[in-house]
Ligand binder design. Structure first.
Ligand code: SF4
Length: 182
């Protein structure tokens, strides 16, 4: 059987969803029999998102220009995109800054008001990617095929979702535990 080309992507999130993915533990060996990981922050240092990805889990909201460029490429190069965790689905924790009046006030608070010495806002985009005024859920930027809620989603829900998708089925989200916010 040909392996599917599988990826995971980390946008503006705390990486907790990826930690939950790692909690799949020995099932990761089962996954490795069916899927080749071609891009992921937990498996390699590949910089460019590759073409021809069959299935991708995307953690985090779209919070800066790098996220925006990457998610567009991810969508273009992936057949099935799963919005992975509450930050991807609703902006969740990083989205708390959305009510603070745009990125300017957030940067000033972080880099000027709370700094003791040499207060300055980084101006080079390779040091600090240009923030968007709002952290956006992924589906507000690109089309999403499936949503996997939770903060983070439990490894059991991740496993059930991946098993369904690997079998070409639609993952079930009727379990109230899966739909519970947070
Ligand atoms: S959904 Fe929760 S665990 Fe996942 S990235 Fe956001 S804050 Fe972290």
């Amino acid at each position: 059987m040909d392996k599917i080309r599988f990826a995971t992507v980390w946008l503006t999130g705390c990486s907790g969803c990826h930690m939950s993915f790692l909690d799949l533990d020995e099932w990761l060996f089962e996954l490795a029999k069916a899927a080749e990981i071609v891009y992921s922050p937990i498996s390699s240092d590949i910089k460019e998102y590759p073409a021809g990805v069959d299935l991708v889990l995307v953690e985090g909201g779209v919070g800066n220009q790098d996220n925006l460029n990457l998610i567009k490429k991810v969508r273009q190069n992936s057949k099935v995109l799963v919005s992975f965790g509450d930050c991807a689905i609703s902006a969740n924790v990083p989205g708390m800054r959305n009510m603070l009046g745009g990125c300017k006030s957030v940067l000033e608070r972080s880099y000027l008001e709370l700094t003791d010495n040499n207060a300055q806002i980084p101006s080079q985009s390779d040091i600090l990617p240009v923030l968007l005024d709002q952290v956006l859920p992924i589906h507000q930027v690109v089309e999403v095929d499936f949503f996997l809620p939770g903060c983070p989603p439990s490894s059991e829900h991740i496993k059930n979702t991946l098993m369904a998708l690997l079998e070409g089925k639609t993952p079930s989200i009727v379990d109230p535990e899966i739909l519970r916010f947070g």
